[in-house]
Ligand binder design. Structure first.
Ligand SMILES: NC(=O)C1=CN([C@@H]2O[C@H](COP(=O)(O)OP(=O)(O)OC[C@H]3O[C@@H](n4cnc5c(N)ncnc54)[C@H](O)[C@@H]3O)[C@@H](O)[C@H]2O)[C@@H](O)CC1
Ligand SMILES: Nc1ncnc2c1ncn2[C@@H]1O[C@H](COP(=O)(O)OP(=O)(O)O)[C@@H](O)[C@H]1O
Ligand SMILES: [K+]
Length: 466
C-alpha cells in the first residue's frame, strides 16, 4: 500500500524547514531521478527531446537536459520561455554548458514532457495545444515529468493533455493521478526521491493506493474443517436471475462454504447451476447477504424490509440505490455499498447529500466519497470506476489495477459475489471490499484472451488460479 497526497507543497516545505534542504537540492534530485530512469532504460544512441514550460516543472526539464548533455544526444525545446527563479537559474546553467536548444518539435526516441506540473490550471494556448498534439502523436517513448502536462490538481484534464508511457513523479504520489479521467494519460508511475527517502519525505495521510501484493486470499488453514466453517452466502434472486447466479457462482468459487439463491414467491427459474442452492426464505445460518444485483421490483417493500432488518453482514448493489428503504440501514456497521457512478449519484440524492450529475461526480470523486463517508461513518463504500475508491469513515483506498476488460455487463455482479464471499467467511466489511476488489482486478489482469472478450464466466473460471 502506498500513501497518496492531495498536495506535496507542504512536504517540500518540510524538507526546507526541518531538513535544511534547498529548492535547488530537491530539483537536482528530481532531475537526477529522471536521468537515472533514462540511463537504466535507454542506450545513449537514442535521441532525447525535453519540452519545457516557464515554471518549476520546466526547470526540472532543463536540469535534466544538463545532466544528460554530453552523454546523450539531447535537445531542449522551450514551449514557454523560463520565468520562475529556478527555471531562469537552470537556463543559465544549461546555456553555460551549451545544451542544444531547438525552436520546433522534432521526432526523437525519448520525449520528456516538462511543460507544466502541479501549478497548471485552465486550458493551454492554441500553440501549446498544437505542440502537445505533435508530442502525443510522436513515435517516441513518452515520459511525463511529475505529472502529465494538462492534468490539474483536482484530477481533471485539459482538452490537450500529454499522454505518457511513464510518469516519473516527484517525492510522493498525488491523488490527482488516480482520478478516472487521468487513467488514459498516466502510463506507469514511478516515484522519485527528492534528497531524502520517500519514507521521510511523506507525512501522515488518510488516502492510500492499493498494491496488487496487498491481496489476502481466503486461507483454508484448518485441516479438521467442514463447509459450515466457511460461511453461508445468501443472495436475493430477482427479476434478472442471471445476475445473482453469477454472483453466487463467484462467491462459491471464492471460498464460501454454502451459497443459496433466495427467490421471490412466484419465481419461475428454468434452471440454476447445480452447485447453488435455492430457497424462498433466508437460510438460518446465513453469514452474509448480497442483494441488489438484477433485483427489479419482484420482492415487495415489506419483504425487502424484512431482509434488511436482519443483523447479518450485507453487500448491497445496483437496484437498491434507487430505493428509499436503503436509508433505514445506513447507520449500521456491517454493510458494504458498491455503487457505480450513476448509482452513487442516486444514493447521494436519496440521502440528500448532493444533487449532482454523473459528470460532476466523476470530476470530484474523492470529494463525494469523503462527503458520504463522513455522513455515514460506519458504512463501507466502494465506488466503482476505472479506479475503484473504497472508503470507511476517514480512511480511503484506491484500487487502480482494473482495466477496460472489465467494462462489460456482469463484471459488477462477479465483484458482489467475491466481496459477499469474503464477508460470509468472516472478513470485516472493509477487508472484504479491499480484497474482493483486488481479486476482481487481478482476475481481469490474469485473463489472457483478447481485451474485448472477457466475460463474467471467464472471471469466475479464473478464481481457481488466483
Ligand atoms: N520545491 C519545488 O518547488 C519543487 C518543484 N518541483 C517541480 O515543480 C513543479 C511545480 O512548479 P510550479 O509551481 O512552478 O508550477 P508548474 O511548472 O507546474 O507551472 C506553473 C507555470 O506554468 C504556467 N501555466 C499555468 N497554467 C498554464 C496554462 N494554462 N497554460 C500555459 N502555462 C500555464 C504558469 O504561468 C507558471 O509559469 C512540480 O510539478 C515539479 O515538477 C520539483 O522539482 C521538486 C521541487
Ligand atoms: N474501464 C474500466 N477500468 C477498470 N475497471 C472497470 C472499467 N469499467 C468497468 N470496470 C469495473 O467493472 C465493474 C462493473 O460493474 P457494474 O457497472 O456494476 O456492472 P454490472 O452491474 O453490469 O455487473 C466494476 O467493478 C468497475 O469498477
Ligand atoms: K509535466
Amino acid at each position: 500500500m502506498q500513501k497518496l497526497f492531495e498536495e506535496v507543497g507542504s512536504l517540500d516545505t518540510k524538507c526546507y524547514e526541518e531538513f535544511f534542504l534547498s529548492e535547488d537540492i530537491l530539483m537536482e534530485h528530481a532531475a537526477n531521478g529522471m536521468a537515472s530512469y533514462i540511463r537504466a532504460n535507454f542506450s545513449n544512441k537514442q535521441t532525447t527531446l525535453i519540452v519545457t514550460g516557464s515554471g518549476n516543472n520546466g526547470a526540472d526539464g532543463i536540469a535534466l537536459a544538463r545532466l544528460l548533455h554530453g552523454e546523450y544526444d539531447v535537445s531542449l525545446l522551450y514551449a514557454k520561455v523560463p520565468k520562475s527563479q529556478m527555471a531562469l537559474l537552470q537556463e543559465k546553467r544549461a546555456k553555460a554548458l551549451h545544451v542544444k536548444q531547438i525552436k520546433e518539435f522534432q521526432e526523437c526516441d525519448i520525449l520528456v514532457d516538462a511543460i507544466v506540473g502541479t501549478g497548471f490550471s485552465g486550458e493551454f494556448s492554441a500553440e501549446i495545444t498544437n505542440l502537445l498534439h505533435a508530442m502525443n502523436t510522436s513515435r517516441a517513448f513518452k515520459i511525463a515529468c511529475d505529472v502529465p502536462s494538462g492534468l490539474t490538481k483536482s484530477g481533471t484534464c485539459a482538452k490537450a493533455t500529454f499522454c505518457a508511457d511513464v510518469t516519473l513523479t516527484m517525492g510522493a504520489l498525488k491523488k490527482a493521478l488516480f482520478l478516472d479521467e487521468a487513467k488514459d494519460f498516466l502510463g506507469k508511475t514511478e516515484v522519485l526521491d527528492l534528497g531524502v527517502s520517500r519514507k521521510l519525505y511523506e507525512s501522515q495521510t488518510n488516502w492510500y493506493l492499493l498494491d496488487m501484493q496487498d491481496l489476502k486470499l481466503p486461507a483454508r488453514e484448518r485441516k479438521n474443517a467442514h463447509k459450515g466453517n466457511f460461511g453461508h452466502l445468501s443472495l436475493l434472486c430477482g427479476e434478472k436471475p442471471g445476475a445473482s447466479v453469477m454472483s453466487g457462482l463467484a462467491g462459491l468459487k471464492f471460498g464460501a462454504g454454502l451459497v443459496t439463491l433466495v427467490g421471490y414467491e412466484n419465481q419461475q427459474l428454468l434452471h440454476i447451476p447445480h452447485s447453488l442452492m435455492y430457497a424462498h426464505a433466508l437460510p438460518d445460518n446465513t453469514t452474509a447477504l448480497a442483494l441488489g444485483m438484477g433485483l427489479g421490483a419482484e420482492f415487495s417493500d415489506e419483504e425487502l424490509q424484512d431482509f434488511l432488518k436482519n443483523d447479518i453482514a450485507m453487500i448491497i448493489d445496483a437496484d437498491v440505490f434507487s430505493m428509499k428503504l436503503i436509508l433505514k440501514i445506513l447507520s449500521r456497521k456491517n454493510i458494504i455499498l458498491t455503487p457505480h457512478p450513476k448509482e452513487f449519484v442516486s444514493l447521494l440524492k436519496i440521502t440528500e447529500l448532493a444533487n449532482i450529475s454523473v459528470e460532476e461526480l466523476q470530476q470530484k470523486r474523492f470529494k463525494y466519497v469523503e462527503l458520504f463517508c463522513k455522513a455515514y461513518p460506519h458504512i463501507t463504500l466502494l465506488l466503482k470506476g476505472a479506479n475503484v475508491i473504497i472508503g470507511l469513515n476517514n480512511n480511503f483506498f484506491i484500487n487502480p489495477h482494473g482495466s477496460a476488460k472489465l467494462a462489460k455487463a456482469g463484471s459488477g455482479d462477479v465483484l458482489s459475489g467475491l466481496i459477499g464471499s469474503l464477508l460470509a467467511q468472516g472478513y470485516t466489511p472493509l477487508d472484504a471490499a479491499i480484497h474482493g476488489s483486488l481479486a476482481h482486478t487481478k482476475l481481469a489482469h490474469n485473463y489472457n484472451g483478447s481485451d474485448f472478450s472477457l466475460t463474467p464466466e471467464d472471471l469466475i473460471q479464473g478464481i481457481g488460479n488466483l
